[in-house]
Design a protein around this ligand. Structure first.
Ligand code: SAM
Ligand code: SF4
Length: 443
């Protein structure tokens, strides 16, 4: 079904567009696909949202803070539309509810809605309303340079229904892409400059179970691994319940698959985990980490934590800190719990006060900062291989290349004349901090 945009008549068709993105890597990947599709149809991307005649908001509602930023941006655009009625606004991402008619009533300033991953639906709407024509290039390939490190979505949705999480309601059930389609995307991206690919899925170790071929993520990784030009292969996000031995061994065996596993634990207490419906215990999680470390030498394990979940006591939170000290994660992403309307836990009492959640978040960060400082300090004087991504720098007077180790640690090296973007470079680490490493080329 095509939705009627709020306002069909405009004096001119848009020539410029801007894609505003917030949220996870999946949104980043989808924004790249939106950009490519609009460019193929003759529109020009502009860096400032204010200069664009068509603005696509790729939204997130996983946490309240993201939702507030989306609402703030929509408010600004609604204001601009008051004086510039030709402005076109499209909304996608997890803020878009399945009932698009209801969305139209709720957000009248938005011309087009499309659900996450439903780019074809958006393009069909644009074509039906003659906002754009058919693609200018007959072969629908990406028409722009791809970053050295880039993302490919291999599956949509999630069937897990953790009690706090909005994702299954907004991204729907798990749908995997066939191996051949993913390989074709990776080929196209490496031809355009990508050297590192991260395969994305909300629950990537479930990849392929819905396909008629019942493929395993290991098979997908083997197929992608052989693509010419690819130097490194990553994947995320793994679920502790579903990561199996076959996958762990594949990571250990395939040379381009790097030693980084993102394995969200969310909490360090079994009662909290059960109420979150995570389907594992702390003990099972610890055993899995042990297996991963025994099978993949030098692996970096990273995680996500939610603090202040409904009913989380000080004692239960203390067990999350204990878990951090036990596991010694390389990176921890910590978020204060925020109830998401429509999820199971939204009907429970959100009884940990805001200030207490913030305090718990800071305590996690303090413990983790010490751990990262210690882990990174071990790398001093070691030679590591980095993939150079770009020439970003903290300081104007000190031009530097920016790259990452196989374990995803950020490394800066002095920028000399040689063009290193996209190259694997041996680097001797000279200085470390909890968040980044400084080094020099090792030859
Ligand atoms: N699929 C992944 C998993 O199983 O953990 C993560 C997907 S979720 C989009 C990304 C992260 O957002 C989660 O790991 C969790 O820490 C956080 N998150 C999700 N819902 C949240 C909520 N209601 N409040 C705070 N953080 C939340
Ligand atoms: Fe959300 Fe849980 Fe699915 Fe991750 S596994 S996307 S946290 S429902």
């Amino acid at each position: 079904m095509l939705l009627q945009p709020q306002r069909l008549i405009r004096a001119t068709t848009p020539r410029t567009f801007h894609v505003w993105t917030i949220g996870c890597q999946m949104n980043v990947a989808e924004s790249a696909a939106i950009t490519s599709a609009l460019q193929q149809r003759g529109l020009t991307p502009v860096p400032a949202m204010d200069d664009a005649e068509l603005v696509v908001l790729n939204s997130c509602t996983v946490r309240e803070s993201a939702e507030q930023r989306v609402q703030g941006t929509l408010h600004l655009l609604a204001h601009r539309k008051g004086t510039d009625p030709d402005l076109m606004i499209a909304l996608t991402g997890c803020s878009v509810e399945p009932d698009l008619e209801a969305m139209t009533q709720k957000l009248p300033m938005v011309d087009f809605f499309f659900r996450p991953g439903a780019l074809d639906h958006f393009l069909a709407q644009l074509e039906a309303h003659e906002v754009v024509g058919a693609p200018l290039v007959s072969n629908p390939v990406m028409s722009y340079e791809v970053p050295v490190s880039t993302y490919v979505t291999v599956m949509q949705g999630c069937n897990k229904f953790c009690t706090y999480c909005i994702v299954p309601y907004r991204r729907g059930r798990e749908v995997s892409r066939p191996i051949a389609d993913v390989v074709a995307d990776v080929r196209m991206m490496t031809r355009r400059g990508a050297r590192e690919i991260t395969l994305l899925g909300q629950i990537i170790d479930h990849y392929g179970r819905d396909l008629p071929t019942k493929s395993h993520l290991s098979e997908l990784m083997e197929a992608v691994h052989d693509v010419e030009g690819l130097e490194r292969l990553r994947f995320m996000t793994s679920h502790p319940r579903d990561m199996d031995q076959r996958l762990i061994e594949t990571v250990a065996r395939l040379p381009k698959t790097v030693e980084t596993i993102h394995l969200p634990v969310q909490a360090g207490d079994d009662v909290v985990l059960r109420r979150m419906r995570r389907q594992y215990t702390v003990e099972r999680y610890l055993r899995l980490v042990e297996t991963i470390r025994a099978t993949i030498p030098g692996v970096a394990v990273t995680t996500d934590i939610i603090v202040g979940f409904c009913g989380e006591t000080e004692e239960q939170f203390g067990r999350t800190l204990d878990l951090l000290r036990t596991v010694q994660f390389d990176v921890v992403h910590v978020a204060c719990y925020s109830p998401r309307q429509g999820t199971v836990s939204a009907s429970w009492e959100d009884d940990v006060p805001h200030e207490e959640k913030e305090e718990r978040r800071r305590r996690v960060e303090r413990v983790q900062e010490e751990i990262q400082a210690r882990l990174n300090a071990r790398l001093r004087d070691q030679v590591v291989e980095i993939l150079v991504e770009d020439s970003q720098s903290h300081r104007q007077d000190l031009p530097q290349w920016r790259g990452r180790t196989r374990t995803n640690k950020l490394v800066f090296i002095p920028r000399e004349d040689e063009h290193l973007v996209g190259q694997l470079v041996p680097v001797r680490i000279t200085r470390t901090s909890p968040w980044a490493l400084q080094g020099v080329m090792a030859h």
